[in-house]
Write a protein that binds this ligand. Structure first.
Ligand code: SF4
Length: 110
């Protein structure tokens, strides 16, 4: 199963509009309850993101091709701060980017 991966809620709407695959999206770290996109689409929270007793093996919703909801993943782990900056960068007006080239990860050793 292929899921299109969005960087934020606006991007999720754009990907859903393509109509080619279900969509998942990054969410701010503190977004742990269902929400909606700017176009009014439901975004369900990945249960494994907020519960210890759920895994992909017991959930499986990402494999449902014709599901109605977008699945949201609250940013977490070592990349959470950067992911959150990317999320909010997309919400800011042009010219007010919170992410710079200095934020890019170093290239892996050759
Ligand atoms: S299948 Fe369920 S637990 Fe796994 S990533 Fe998708 S929503 Fe989360």
């Amino acid at each position: 199963m292929i899921n299109l991966s969005a960087n934020d809620l606006d991007h999720a709407d754009q990907l859903v509009d393509l109509g080619i695959a279900p969509v998942v999206t990054l969410l701010p770290a503190d977004q742990v309850t269902p929400t909606v996109t700017p176009a009014g689409r439901t975004v369900a929270i990945c249960p494994a993101s907020v519960r210890d007793d759920v895994s992909c093996a017991t959930c499986g919703v990402c494999a449902v091709a014709h599901r109605k909801a977008i699945i949201g993943f609250p940013a977490h782990g070592s990349g959470a701060k950067k992911a959150q900056r990317v999320f909010f960068m997309r919400q800011e007006p042009a010219g007010h980017s919170a992410v710079t080239l200095e934020d890019a990860p170093a290239a892996p050793p050759a």
